[in-house]
Write a protein of this length. Sequence first.
Length: 159
Amino acid sequence: GITKDGDVYVVRVKAFSYGYVPRFIHVPQGAKVRIILTNIDKAAGLTKNPDVTMGLAAAGYYGPRTMLIGVRGMSIVGEFVARKAGEFEFYCQHFCGPLHLEMRGTLFVDPKGGQASLGVGDYDEISRQETMLDESEHEWIVGTNKLMNTLNEGKEPTI
């Protein structure tokens, strides 16, 4: 669910074969957002794979800011400021089985005074942008991912 910790909207998302809970997330434009993705999948399905990796990435503007990846039993955290209003589909970016394409939901960044929709807010402007990140944001994300990989190297996943 969604709770508040001071001025931060904390969104706890459970990922499993084949979906997310919650599937629809609403936050107000301008809010600080912390997504905690927990992979609660079990070794099941056709493959009985014990190490199913689940992810969460939002399409478009928030994609690089929400690129979360976690193995079974692991929680991972991503934070961003919801600057652009609109509807942003999120999905699992790692193939996890035959119903992988069902792993999707919607992040709604609600503009002041209303709820997000394709006809409201910054959606149309964002869809016309050639790039979603400036160079400094790209460098920060790449550096953060390298740091997380270094910190987690050789450690068992925890919830």
